[in-house]
Design a protein around this ligand. Structure first.
Ligand SMILES: [Fe+2]
Length: 229
């Protein structure tokens, strides 16, 4: 399996390129609209064929590149059935997408948003904004719910096994990856914390709304094609 981590500095978003080396079929996870040229150049240089574009959720902090990538390559977009109406493949918990010899499995992990999903391949989890390195996504808008987030992390993600590599959707502190075991032991919001303690932490964050909330959410419900005003 070929795996690349790409970064958008403006939104601190990680995009992942995952490809099956034998068939050269590839997917992009959480692409950013402003980075589509970079991502397609890399896909071309590596001799890959983009077959799916996945979003872990309807993002509020950047506009997805999914619609643009679909238009330019013919790749199909995929995301939770609970999310953007524009996607081609609407996923439910446990569904698998086959990319050459690789099966990418979707896990429903609501809490950051009600449509949040994580994606797994053997040994790795693309954790979106559900679980970040030493942090989590917020849970105070887009039908977020801290109790759901706690259950998604502790019951779904922690069940993947301690050695599973965590590849987050964002990072603001300079980290690139972690493991489930490391986050279980050292994530300050989760390590040794009950659901009640986690909810208290999440409800006390007092974060300002994301700068692109008003623009990004309607655009992302249309796969990144900005609605005409
Ligand atoms: Fe998010």
């Amino acid at each position: 399996m070929l795996l690349r981590q790409l970064f958008d500095a403006e939104s601190s978003t990680y995009t992942y390129l995952v490809a099956d080396e034998a068939s050269r079929k590839a997917v992009l996870i959480d692409p950013v609209l402003g980075q589509v040229d970079r991502d397609l150049k890399l896909v071309g240089e590596l001799g890959l064929e983009l077959v799916y574009v996945l979003d872990t959720h309807v993002h509020a902090d950047h506009v997805t590149g999914a619609g643009e990538l679909r238009a330019r390559t013919g790749a199909r977009t995929a995301a939770s059935a609970a999310g953007a109406p524009c996607v081609d493949v609407k996923l439910a918990h446990g569904d698998a997408l086959h990319v050459g010899g690789i099966a990418i499995r979707a896990l429903a992990t609501p809490g950051h948003t009600d449509d949040s999903m994580c994606f797994t391949v053997p040994g790795y989890v693309f954790s979106g904004d559900t679980l970040l390195v030493r942090g989590t996504g917020r849970s105070d808008f887009q039908n977020g719910n801290p109790n759901d987030l706690y259950r998604s992390i502790t019951e779904v993600l922690f069940a993947l096994g301690d050695a599973t590599v965590v590849l987050p959707g964002h990072d603001y502190k300079g980290f690139t990856s972690s493991t489930i075991g490391e986050e279980r032991a050292h994530n300050p919001r989760l390590a040794g914390k009950s659901a009640e303690e986690f909810i208290r932490i999440m409800n006390g964050l007092g974060l300002p709304p994301p700068k692109k909330l008003a623009e990004a959410v309607p655009a992302n419900r249309a796969c990144g094609v900005t609605p005409v005003h």
